[in-house]
Design a protein around this ligand. Sequence first.
Ligand code: NAP
Length: 343
Amino acid sequence: MKTYNVAVVGATGAVGEEIIRIFEEIDFPLNRLVPLASSRSAGGKITFKGKDLVIKELTETVFDEENIEIALFSAGGSVSAKFAPFAAEAGAVVIDNTSHFRMEDDVPLVVPEVNPEDIAQWRNRGIIANPNCSTIQMVQSLKPLDDAFDLIRVDVATYQATSGGGKTAMEELVTQMKDFFNFTLNDSPHVKFPHQIALNLIPQIDVFMDNGFTKEEMKMVSETSKIMHKNIEVAATCVRVPVLRGHSESLTMTFDSAVSADEARTLLEKAPNIIVIDNPQKSQYPMPANCVDQNETFVGRIRNDLYREEVLHMWIVADNLRVGAATNAVRIAQKWVEMEGGS
Ligand SMILES: NC(=O)c1ccc[n+]([C@@H]2O[C@H](COP(=O)([O-])OP(=O)(O)OC[C@H]3O[C@@H](n4cnc5c(N)ncnc54)[C@H](OP(=O)(O)O)[C@@H]3O)[C@@H](O)[C@H]2O)c1
C-alpha cells in the first residue's frame, strides 16, 4: 500500500496542532510527517506517536527537499498565498485552511460529506480549499435536508468561540478572565478582538463590508452556494462569544416544500458525521462544552416554525478546530488518497 509524505504548515498553531493529533488518532497511510512553521519555531520539537519531530522552517524549497506529497496549510492567508504554489509546483496536493483561495473558480472548495466529487478539480492548481469553520458545520447539516426538501434560504446567527482567532485569541479570553478575578478587567488589553471578550459578546468577526455585513458573514454567503452548487439565500449574523472551543449556530431554514421536524430529525440521524441530540424535556441539546475534541457536528432543538410549514429551526454545534478546520482538512486528504492518490 502506498504511503505519503505529509507536511503540516503552521504545525505550532491551534489548527496545526489539531491536525497532528488527528493523524495520531486515525489510520492514515502516512510515510513521514513534516511539521513546518516560521523561523520563530523552527528547530523546536513536537511529539508525534511518541517520537520527537524537529519543526522545520517553511521555505520555498522545503516541499521539494522533503519530497512532500500532501501539504496541509494553516498558517494564515498571506503565507498560503506565497508558499502554496511552491508546494503545488513540487508535486504536492495542497489542502488550504485559509480563506485565500476559497472563492477562486479553479480551486475546489470541499466538505467531503457534501461535495467530495469536487476534489477531482485539484489538478487545476494543485490546491483544494477548506471552507470557513462556520460554513462547514452548517452545510454538513443542510445537505440531507436540502436533498429531501429543496432548501431556498437560511437565516443563521453564529456564536463563535475565541479559538477561531487562533491561540493568542484563546489566551486573550483566559487573561481577561483572570483579570476579572483580580479586579483589573477594565485595564486588561484586547489585541485580537475589537473589544473585551470576557463576560461579553461581540457582534463583529472580521471587518465590515460596504453592505453592512462583515467579511465573516459574507464568507458564509458565498461559500455555501459554491459548496452546495446552487444559489441559496443566506443571511448571517456572526458573533464572537466568550467560549474557548466550539462554534454554535441557530439556523432558520426555508424550503421549497413543507417540512416536518420529525422527518428532518430522521434524515439527520442517518447523515454522515452528524449526531442528533434532541431531547428538550430532559434538557438534552448540543452545547460547545460537550463537542470539544469531537469530529462530528451535533444537531438539536429541531422544530417546526409556528407560522409557515416550509420553515424549520434548529441548533448546531461543532468543535471549530476539528470539524471547522483540522478534521475537514484530514477528511479531504483521506478522500483525495481514495480518489486520486497514486494516480
Ligand atoms: N482557528 C480556527 O478555528 C480556524 C478555522 C479554519 C481556518 N483557520 C485558518 O487557519 C489559519 C491558522 O489559524 P490558527 O487558528 O491555527 O492560528 P494560530 O494559532 O495563530 O497559528 C498560526 C500558525 O502559523 C504559523 N505561521 C505564522 N506565520 C508564519 C510564516 N510566516 N511562516 C510559516 N508559518 C507561520 C505559526 O508558526 P510560529 O509558531 O512559527 O509562529 C503557527 O504555527 C488561519 O488562516 C485561520 O484563518 C482557523
